[in-house]
Design a protein around this ligand. Sequence first.
Ligand code: HEC
Length: 149
Amino acid sequence: MNPSPLLARFFLITSLLTGLYVTNAQAEDKRIAIWLSDAQRATVLAEMRQFLIASQAILENALNENMDRVEDAAREVGLKQLQGMSAELTAKLPPGFKALGPQVHKEFEEIANEAETLGDRDEILNRLAKLQNLCIQCHAVYRLEREKP
Ligand code: HEC
């Protein structure tokens, strides 16, 4: 048997794998780092997870026309949550982050108000869809890093 096709295949596979490896290594993270203490980072990430929980609850309960639950879920991450932020943490956040964050809380509050008053399902779903663009926008730009203690 002529070994050269096998050899050629070996080289082809090796170079493909090397290519993949190099591409991954070069896919550097270009997002802006925000440096926080462990506790501050944990606070922000916990809030983020609440955003996801609220978004899911709003979606599911709007689809089921359960407006009381939509209101509760949205209110939980509305303006009330924004007011709980410590000044020390806020001081470390870049202006772009500080502009988008409150917008998200305001939008959740609006969804809660809509659920409490007219309770128009399509209006709520439209608002949620628009609101999620803010999540995407911010995630594209920032990442959280741990400060050295
Ligand atoms: C103002 C900026 C900003 C907005 C707005 C924002 N996020 Fe985030 N979110 C972040 C950053 C920064 C991280 C950390 C990403 C990293 O370090 O890689 C994050 C992380 C997360 C995580 C991961 C949490 C964990 O425990 O690791 C989830 C889930 C999340 N966000 C959901 C959402 C949802 C849902 C929304 C919209 C309703 C949202 N976020 C809006 C900035 C934002």
